[in-house]
Write a protein that binds this ligand. Structure first.
Ligand code: AHG
Ligand code: MN
Ligand code: MN
Length: 336
């Protein structure tokens, strides 16, 4: 049997790749791993404890908040606050960012952004959900509290990003900009163990992933591309949890799209908490991520914390093909 490499061991080994690393990022990634185990424990017993259902409130984006959304949010904040490795947090479930006081007079240089639970409409019916996170180096004066500008950095500035998928097994996938690695939680020892080394996305795949129920609400160029996917007999898969759809595409190839609709003229998915971290992972695995207006997601200026964008992300050849359809059918091309 091959020797097991735990997430902690892997992270520490990789610290050597960064010549001036102080161990802070290492500690931060480890803390996220701990929070993931705590959230996983609750997700797994969700039907047994009174944690299913709506919390009775709406988040800043006007969506119904589930009890487990709040639980995951609290656990992540607790772990990051107590770690001393993070000086600020922004979450999909919070209107504003939270500055964190330095622990033991240590000044941390990283801020963390996250979607504590992605796909929360799936919780009550036992379908996969996930946590998405991104880590930036702060750009404000390290002597003072963090500023909004620390969180409004472009995706190209991400130091690390990743996700945890609470599925048939629990997986943590992350990248620090040198490839993508995946770790499966072994419940018998309570450790994330290296299971997927240097993940690479296939150039194309047999799946496309879009909420086809909104077909008539999409612009003509997106409808033409979706028709093309259907003409090719590609298989439609749409879980309602972006992180789960992206996870499948990373392994099997394909394209995930969330275009603008009448209800969401700018798109629905959030740039800071969902699109940037997942675009970072997909690009690191050799894929592409652009908006339906053909800008590279990671280069988009971030104007506010809860900014929404459109997205097409996945296998490079398929994203390129979608781009060609948009260029061909778009009535008023605004792209470069
Ligand atoms: P969240 O649960 O964090 O609010 O995110 C849900 C997102 C995304 O994960 C998913 O792909 C999409 O919303 C589903 O939206 P539709 O139901 O409009 O297709
Ligand atoms: Mn989400
Ligand atoms: Mn969420």
């Amino acid at each position: 049997m091959n020797r097991i490499i735990t997430l902690d061991e892997f992270i520490i080994r990789r610290q050597k790749d960064f010549p001036y690393a102080s161990g802070e990022l290492t500690g931060l990634l480890r803390d996220i791993g701990v929070a993931a185990k705590i959230v996983n424990r609750e997700v797994n017993k969700a039907g047994l404890v009174s944690i299913l259902g709506k919390a009775g409130t709406e988040n800043v984006s006007g969506e119904a908040v589930q009890k487990l959304d709040l639980y995951a949010n609290e656990k992540l904040i607790d772990c990051l606050k107590n770690s001393g490795e993070c000086c600020g947090i922004a979450s999909e479930e919070l209107e504003d960012f939270i500055p964190i006081q330095s622990v033991a007079s240590k000044t941390s240089k990283y801020v963390v952004v996250f979607d504590p639970l992605d796909g929360s409409s799936n919780i009550d019916v036992n379908v996969s959900v996930g946590t998405i996170f991104g880590i930036y180096r702060r750009i404000s004066d390290p002597e003072g509290p963090v500023h909004l500008e620390d969180f409004l950095q472009k995706g190209t500035e991400l130091v690390a990003a990743g996700y945890v998928l609470y599925g048939t097994s629990t997986l943590l996938v992350y990248s620090t900009g040198r490839g993508v690695n995946g770790f499966t939680l072994d419940p018998s020892i309570g450790e994330f163990c290296l299971s997927h080394t240097d993940m690479k996305i296939p150039d194309r795949g047999n799946y496309y992933s879009v909420n086809q129920g909104y077909y008539l609400k999409f612009d003509v160029e997106m409808r033409r591309y979706i028709d093309h996917c259907s003409d090719l007999n590609l298989r439609l898969r749409y879980i309602g949890s972006m992180v789960s759809d992206i996870h499948r595409i990373l392994f099997q190839g394909g394209i995930f799209m969330y275009p603008n609709t009448r209800k969401y003229p700018q798109g629905k998915l959030r740039l800071v908490y969902e699109c940037n971290p997942l675009s970072f992972i997909v690009e690191q695995a050799g894929g592409k991520a652009i908006t339906c207006q053909l800008e590279r997601v990671l280069e988009l200026p971030v104007e506010h914390l809860h900014q929404r964008i459109t997205i097409a992300i996945g296998s490079p050849a398929m994203v390129e093909e979608m781009k060609e359809f948009v260029e061909r059918y778009s009535a008023a091309p605004t792209f470069k």
